[in-house]
Design a protein around this ligand. Structure first.
Ligand SMILES: [Fe+2]
Length: 321
């Protein structure tokens, strides 16, 4: 079992000029629905997805023009140093979520872990998550700070977060969210997007090829177009727009150098799990030939169980399943 994180810190007046973010949003349009991880192989023409759009602004080998506005934000870097009592903060990624008309919550979750030598490019996500919740790989885990910034105050759409641990009621940041950011440890603290829809409004679905972009007229409205049909139109500040920033955290430069030189192999992952399973008197082993086997995943998830946060709202993806 891993420790829960300290409560996140709220930063206000994050950007000196919010229009800088609006220009970045416009320049990076159009936006496409969140990936098909929950319904792979779905019919690309069927309206199966909520209006939850996402784009990367900074990842491994890409950085959108102007994304340093968030990536190199000094208040983020300073806040992360204080939060973790750390000297080295390496900003890694920035991505944006745009949402509209979602009557259920997002999933209550912690963000996906990374380890030195093991991440989603070479290791199944179920195994990375088992590694996290086992607590057996903390020496190799990459500490990641997260900041979430909001463009505007929308109807609902708060962030619920289990700052007191998954077995205590969540807190919520809602209402005056415009140009604020929460910075903390979203890899250990459960969190969930609250519903954002008008009273009585159901979740509106679009196809995977729908696009969200500025209409391009004098109104400044943004619209969702699906197979040539405009299916939703609203001012940008009526969408729930959040920008996520992630940075790797190291207590000292010497620690960074040592950790980055110590990459975990799959053989070592299996050996560590197997030793722990022997100690627990269990017959389960991490058979590296069976990483695609759903039964192996289920057995590991049962053994190294992820907490279920109390009071989580039903997620839109559960509702659609
Ligand atoms: Fe998250």
């Amino acid at each position: 079992m891993v420790d829960c994180a300290d409560p996140p810190v709220l930063l206000r007046d994050v950007l000196a000029d919010v229009d800088d973010a609006v220009r970045l949003l416009e320049a990076q349009a159009p936006y496409t629905p969140l990936g098909g991880w929950y319904n792979p192989g779905a019919d690309p023409h069927a309206r199966t997805r909520p209006m939850w759009f996402q784009n990367d602004w900074v990842h491994d080998d890409f950085a959108a023009d102007g994304s340093d506005l968030f990536l190199r934000h000094e208040a983020y870097i300073e806040a992360a140093k204080v939060f973790y009592d750390a000297e080295v903060i390496e900003p890694k990624s920035v991505y944006v979520n745009l949402m509209a008309a979602i009557a259920e919550g997002g999933p209550a979750h912690t963000d996906n872990p990374r380890f030195h030598g093991r991440d989603r490019t070479n290791t199944p996500m179920w195994l990375l998550r088992s590694m996290l919740w086992s607590g057996l790989f903390e020496r190799h885990e990459i500490t990641q700070a997260t900041a979430i910034w909001w463009l505007s105050d929308v109807e609902g759409g708060g962030l619920r977060y289990w700052a007191d641990g998954p077995d205590r009621a969540p807190r919520e940041h809602v209402g005056a969210m415009a140009n604020t950011a929460l910075i903390g440890d979203n890899h250990r603290m459960f969190h969930q997007v609250a519903p954002m829809a008008a009273a009585g409004e159901a979740t509106r679905l679009v196809s995977p090829s729908a696009e969200l972009a500025p209409v391009g007229d004098a109104t400044g409205d943004w619209a969702v177009t699906d197979h040539g049909e405009m299916v939703h139109r609203a001012p940008l500040d009526a969408y729930r727009v959040s920008v996520l920033w992630k940075a790797d955290v190291y207590p000292t430069e010497a620690d960074r150098v040592a950790r980055q030189a110590d990459n975990l192999t799959m053989i070592a992952v299996a050996a560590t799990f197997d030793a722990d399973l022997v100690e627990r008197g269990l017959g389960l082993r991490l058979d590296l030939e069976r990483l695609d086997d759903p039964e192996l995943k289920a057995a590991f998830w049962a053994t190294y169980a992820e907490p279920k946060p109390v009071g989580a709202l039903r997620s839109v993806f559960e509702a659609l399943a």
